[in-house]
Ligand binder design. Structure first.
Ligand code: C5P
Length: 286
């Protein structure tokens, strides 16, 4: 038996941190949406009790350090699975980019293995398991557009993102997510209007989304890495309706209503940045 699963990237339309919790995580309010840029996983059932992972990309571990491996190991251990799996992972999402690539791969593995190993787990049960491995995995399991609260694991689905063009640009620097959260000064930042963003999504208002976009982690990453700030400024100069850093960065995305302008932003950015993508919101229904 063989199963193919797609693992789409996400962007944060808003990311607010309210306070630092006793468990050292931050209490968050995020509006996230999946985009049409996806990794692909193929899962093949093995009768032998083992997990094999083959990653078609350089510099990505294919062992216990990979969240896909951890997802398979967690299911195996929790449900005493005696069968095995061979997973091949084809990467398209930039790595360590603020696009939840690793989390989405793990979510896709959980979904695929639920079928392959005949576990009959609900989406909620998969999300609870996913949350043990990483805060963004529950959102990736739901996909679409959603409000994520708590440490990111409490998901309230929202209507689909209105159609538009999304230009992504990832500078070739790496950013450490724990490092960004460590340097964040929650009491000093301007908090985005999450309620306004949720309302804009509910009304299907592209303009409302642009008005309420915001990410408190920009206060850390844009200061530490001025090239991220420059990319954001360039996107706006080239005609983006809005631009924001995703997650803890360093990827910046622009939302653009008109294709001709999106193309201008895309072409303009390619002069500054090696990794630039022009995509749309993810259109598949849940
Ligand atoms: O949950 P995950 O392993 O993806 O989180 C990575 C890191 O991001 C955490 O170790 C923590 O430093 C930071 N984080 C946080 N608050 C959250 C989520 C993540 O401080 N709600």
């Amino acid at each position: 038996m063989k199963i193919n699963v797609k693992a789409p990237a996400k962007i944060n339309l808003s990311l607010d941190a309210l306070y630092k919790r006793k468990d050292n995580y931050h209490e968050l309010e995020m509006v996230m949406t999946t985009i049409d840029l996806a990794d692909r996983l193929q899962l093949v059932l093995l009768e032998k009790d083992c997990i094999k992972l083959d990653v078609k990309a350089h510099f990505i571990p294919d062992d216990k350090r990979n969240l896909v491996y951890q997802a398979a190991a967690l299911l195996k251990e929790r449900f005493q699975i005696k069968q095995g799996v061979a997973i091949s992972l084809d990467k398209s999402i930039p790595v360590a980019a603020g696009l939840a690539g690793g989390s989405s791969d793990a979510a896709a593995a959980l979904k695929g293995l639920n079928q392959l190993w005949d576990l009959n787990l609900s989406l909620e049960e998969l999300a609870d398991l996913g949350a043990e491995l990483g805060s963004d995995i529950p959102f990736c399991l739901y996909g679409g557009t959603a409000l994520a609260t708590g440490r990111g694991e409490i998901i309230e689905p929202l209507p689909m993102m209105p159609n538009c063009w999304i230009v992504l640009a990832k500078p070739s620097i790496s950013v450490s997510t724990p490092g960004v959260y460590r340097d964040l000064k929650v009491s000093e930042v301007t908090h985005p209007n999450t309620k306004g963003m949720v309302q804009a999504i509910q009304e299907g208002s592209f303009e409302g989304i642009c008005d309420n976009i915001g990410n408190v982690l920009e206060t850390v990453t844009l200061v530490k890495h001025p090239e991220v700030k420059r990319i954001k400024e360039k996107m706006l100069e080239f005609g983006a309706d809005t631009a924001l850093m995703s997650g803890s960065g360093p990827t910046v995305f622009a939302l653009v209503k008109q294709y001709s302008r999106a193309k201008r932003v895309y072409n303009g950015l390619r002069g500054f940045c090696e990794e630039v993508y022009l995509v749309r919101p993810w259109q598949e229904q849940r």
